[in-house]
Design a protein around this ligand. Structure first.
Ligand SMILES: *Cc1c(COP(=O)(O)O)cnc(C)c1O
Length: 229
């Protein structure tokens, strides 16, 4: 199938570009993880990418992820599923049950509910805090001026282990300063994982220290409709 071949070509090209960007930035090969973002694509479109060896995937909506990932995860036990979109509190239970990593902790209430579900389910997804580096009113994420204190509150008040920070720079701005800000906040908050960089700017993000890039359309092609950020 032509579409399938294109997806594999896309995956290989992204992996090559990641390796080249690592070398360019004097970073060890393999230091940057690829999260293949599968929102709007169904299991049939995803399967060839799994068959090609990709294991980390990202979805931005819990409901959509529930429709395709439980079966794929049952078939491939080493798949690592990341939630990269805003979490509504009425979906926290399902999110903690399904996802291996939740990258989008963006407010006190969600931190509290995740902590409660972790205690209840005895399951601990890895957790990142999302930072709204561009202070965009329509975008989720913690105000960068409060990010370090928020990570600290997640730890001390909710007992959460926060491992990383995530950001989505404003669509129409040079992303470099946003990546630099996230990297600085991660150092101040003592977290190791930096999830930044998408199809248009993942090589730039790697130059600024990304440990994970989230790439969708460069692998799967254009999405039928714009997905919600
Ligand atoms: C959709 C999405 C991506 C991937 O975007 P592409 O431009 O298709 O690579 C990355 N991160 C988040 C949070 C997303 O919602």
């Amino acid at each position: 199938m032509a579409a399938e071949a294109n997806v594999i070509e896309g995956l290989k090209a992204v992996l090559r570009n990641i390796a080249a960007a690592e070398t360019e930035a004097d970073r060890p090969n393999g230091s940057v993880g690829l999260i293949a973002v599968t929102k709007t694509f169904d299991a049939e479109a995803i399967q060839p990418v799994i068959d090609a060896g990709q294991r980390a995937f990202g979805e931005n909506r819990v409901q959509e992820a529930l429709a395709k990932w439980p079966k794929l995860k049952a078939d491939f036990s080493d798949i690592e599923l990341h939630l990269i979109g805003p979490l509504q509190s009425n979906k926290t239970k399902e999110a903690v049950a399904l996802f291996d990593v939740i990258q989008s902790i963006d407010r006190e209430k969600i931190a509290k509910e995740i902590a409660r579900e972790i205690r209840k389910q005895g399951k601990s997804p890895r957790l990142y805090v999302q930072v709204n580096t561009g202070l965009e009113p329509q975008k989720a994420g913690i105000d960068p001026r409060d990010a370090v204190a928020f990570v600290e509150r997640c730890r001390t008040e909710h007992g959460l282990v926060i491992e990383g920070l995530m950001c989505i720079p404003p669509f129409d701005e040079n992303p470099g300063p946003h990546f630099a800000l996230l990297e600085k906040l991660a150092r101040e908050a003592s977290v190791d994982q930096l999830s930044m960089g998408m199809s248009g700017d993942y090589e730039t993000a790697i130059a600024f220290g990304a440990t994970e890039v989230r790439v969708g359309s460069a692998i799967f092609g254009h999405r039928p409709k714009p997905a919600q950020a």
